[in-house]
Design a protein around this ligand. Structure first.
Ligand code: UN1
Length: 514
């Protein structure tokens, strides 16, 4: 415990911390709202956070608005240089920050480090992108005319993040948004405010070193939903990037649409893996287990449904049951353990409620299905990873329970039947097929195949690299973040037509003389 606290102190976390910062200056809030950061690892209070209210929000936004005209004038590659330095600073603090994430959120130490690595990777990506904010040039239909696209920054971008990726998802948004020339206001999940504060301290060092003004990178921790609600309705925020549940995302999208703002939504998933008769089970089984129990089933890309061909069903079920029984559950700081706790006791209550519903609806629990008690589990946040056999289409398999519950579903027809089951979810985030049959794999990737934003062959549903666009369709919200051309979401497109001739020809051949 002492070692962990040492590591956290190195990130400038104190017993009581302000959760509001305009870049390098920390603001003491007028109100007395305090958030306790409770570690799901052992139930201890790590530290306290002073949360902001409406007056602090006003200060943050005013400062951000002042900073934007300065930041947008700095050439994009120079903005990239700041992001490069942030990547370097994160490299130095990878160990400490990874441990902080593990302690506050409960994911395994390996995954905590992985999350910081994801931040570093996206910094590198954004640095390159800062020299590639390309616009296309199109041939004009008129003589002596030039027609092209260019991209400009939007302004103050609001970033609202979830508890499960308290660092990486912010970095996906923040680093790209920053090289695009925006300033940002970050509202993290109140479950993981300390991680956000630790990151802000790292950013502050880079801002200070480069003598940058306040307001480029802001943080405001709120308790409850008041800060989030202020952001959604605020016309001074042209774009809100929101990561969270479908329910809250739907509410957010409606409020933002009501003021014709832009939203970038990354909501839930009900991701499945298809295991065809031609799957290589030696790689399929570990992929399924990592997908289902990694981050204790709390990734939006977690594998929640397994669609198995009946000819190999028993073999897969038995292989998985055996693997699940060998899983070690316990402190995520102990690297021998495969799975740590859920984020808090409410999450455990949701898991237990889902288990009851599964039983009521006729699902058969093959293993797990209970919370863990006794030594090492005092926080009350540990549960057993759960396998459920589903004989008919029970309603609960359409719901995303943010916990390690995996449904085993049989299919008896061809690959199209398996795809139909995959596509029957409300969400459309991630999907995968294990098959060495080219026809099956290509059908899965075809326009009549998976309807998800992510479609994988012979790898699981979670653990995407930052280089690709991340996001999904239907109830997942349609947003794309991180790699590929996701940067375009943080910019406004301007179509430019220049006439360098002496005539005024009109488009569509229209004749107009005066
Ligand atoms: C999320 O769960 O919100 O692909 C993001 C993955 C991670 C990101 C998950 N790289 O599982």
């Amino acid at each position: 415990y002492e070692d962990n606290m040492e590591s956290i102190k190195k990130l400038h976390i104190k017993k009581a911390n302000s959760g509001i910062c305009t870049g390098t200056e920390w603001i003491s809030p007028a109100g007395s709202k305090v958030i306790e950061s409770i570690s799901p690892v052992d139930g201890r209070i790590i530290a306290k956070i002073q949360a902001g209210g409406a007056p602090e929000y006003k200060r943050i936004i005013t400062q951000a608005q002042k900073a934007f005209p300065l930041w947008r004038k700095i050439p994009a590659p120079e903005r990239g240089e700041i992001v490069r330095q942030i990547g370097e600073a994160l490299r130095k603090d990878k160990e400490n920050l990874g441990r902080m994430i593990c302690l506050e959120m409960g994911k395994s130490l390996q995954e905590g480090y992985g999350e910081v690595q994801e931040m570093i990777d996206v910094c590198d990506f954004a640095v390159g992108q800062s020299r590639m904010l390309y616009g296309a040039t199109m041939p004009s239909e008129r003589p002596s005319h030039r027609l092209y696209d260019q991209y400009h920054p939007l302004g103050v971008v609001g970033i609202i993040t979830a508890f499960n990726f308290p660092a990486a998802v912010w970095a996906w948004n923040a680093m790209l948004s920053t090289v695009c020339g925006n300033v940002l206001v970050w509202k993290p999940s109140s479950q993981v405010g300390l991680t956000a504060i630790a990151i802000q301290h790292i950013i502050a060092r880079v801002l200070k070193k480069n003598k940058l003004p306040e307001g480029i990178f802001s943080l405001i921790c709120g308790s409850g939903k008041d800060i989030g609600d202020l952001m959604l309705a605020d016309t001074r925020l042209p774009l809100i990037s929101f990561t969270g549940s479908v329910r809250t995302g739907r509410h957010a999208a409606q409020i933002i649409a009501g003021r014709l703002g832009k939203s970038l939504l990354e909501l839930g998933g009900n991701n499945s893996i298809i295991i065809s008769p031609e799957a290589d089970l030696a790689i399929a089984i570990p992929a399924v287990v990592f997908g289902a129990v990694g981050t204790a089933g709390q990734r939006c890309t977690t594998t929640r449904r397994l669609i198995i061909h009946e000819s190999i069903y028993d073999k897969v079920r038995d292989g998985l049951t055996k693997a699940y029984k060998s899983l070690r559950i316990g402190s995520p700081l102990n690297q021998d353990n495969h799975m740590g706790p859920l984020v808090n006791q409410d999450a455990v209550a949701n898991y237990l409620a889902a288990v009851e519903t599964i039983k009521d609806q006729g699902g058969e629990i093959l293993c797990g299905g209970h919370a863990l008690q006794g030594e090492g589990f005092e926080s009350g946040c540990y549960v057993a990873p759960t396998l459920v056999e589903v004989k008919s289409d029970i309603p609960i398999i359409k719901e995303e329970t943010f916990a390690p519950i995996l449904y085993l579903i049989r299919y008896s027809g061809d690959i199209n039947q398996a795809i139909e089951i995959n596509n029957s979810a409300h969400e459309g985030l991630s999907s995968a097929i294990f098959s060495n049959n080219l026809r099956e794999a290509e059908t899965f990737l075809s326009p009549w195949g998976s309807d998800c934003g992510i479609a994988n062959v012979n790898i699981g549903t979670s653990g995407a690299e930052i280089g690709g666009a991340f996001g999904g369709e239907k109830d997942t919200g349609g947003g794309r973040e991180s790699g590929s051309d996701a940067w375009k979401a943080y910019m406004r497109r301007q179509t430019v037509t220049i006439n360098y001739g002496h005539e005024l020809p009109l488009a569509q051949g229209i004749n107009f003389t005066i």
